[in-house]
Design a protein around this ligand. Sequence first.
Ligand SMILES: Cc1cc2nc3c(=O)[nH]c(=O)nc-3n(C[C@H](O)[C@H](O)[C@H](O)COP(=O)(O)OP(=O)(O)OC[C@H]3O[C@@H](n4cnc5c(N)ncnc54)[C@H](O)[C@@H]3O)c2cc1C
Length: 180
Amino acid sequence: MRTQVGIIGAGPAGLLLSQLLHLAGIESVVLESRSRDAIEATIRAGILEHGTVDLMERIGAGERLKREGFRHDGIHLRFDGRTRRIDFPELTGGKSVYLYPQHEVIKDLVALRLRLGGDIRFEVKNVTLHDLDTTAPRLKYANSQGAVEEIHCDYIVGCDGTHGGDRGELKSKLVYRRGI
Ligand SMILES: Cc1cc2nc3c(=O)[nH]c(=O)nc-3n(C[C@H](O)[C@H](O)[C@H](O)COP(=O)(O)OP(=O)(O)OC[C@H]3O[C@@H](n4cnc5c(N)ncnc54)[C@H](O)[C@@H]3O)c2cc1C
């Protein structure tokens, strides 16, 4: 099959990217080595900065975050017998952070992408990159049934995070452009 952008990894980066591309009218396929249940249950980050919250809202994934997340307007630092409040909105012209766990962000993004017809392939194995220095780069992988499949892409983006498999080859976070 063909797609415009092949994305490796359904973490926050890969899922956000696929939604941003969708909003720009660009199709993508996301390949994820773990199951949907596993990525939606992995406990990691908890604090979302202002820019992330803004972005989630802009792409249509911020409704539950705003409803259930905990807006966090500051911290107290105790030093030399005195308590000082660091007031985020006061110091930043109204900006704040939200306490909203990363796996909830993942749940919202996966649900949004699937609702909009997005193509996320879970439990794929052995993702390999081919022909990167040609005009027709390809992704090869074994699907969840073990069958080997291939995707021809215009671009391939490694969003496989810091725990990615073969980082030597996948080159986490790099974008491979067709034809260069
Ligand atoms: C304990 C902890 C606390 C943190 N707290 C915060 C916080 O409070 N605020 C904050 O903003 N950030 C925090 N972070 C950082 C945040 O979790 C990361 O920045 C974020 O997860 C990075 O997202 P990502 O999509 O780049 O990578 P990841 O979340 O790592 O996602 C990569 C995805 O790619 C998949 N994958 C990997 N290799 C392959 C492969 N070969 N083929 C197919 N799929 C593959 C993985 O299964 C995974 O689902 C924290 C991180 C940790 C560990």
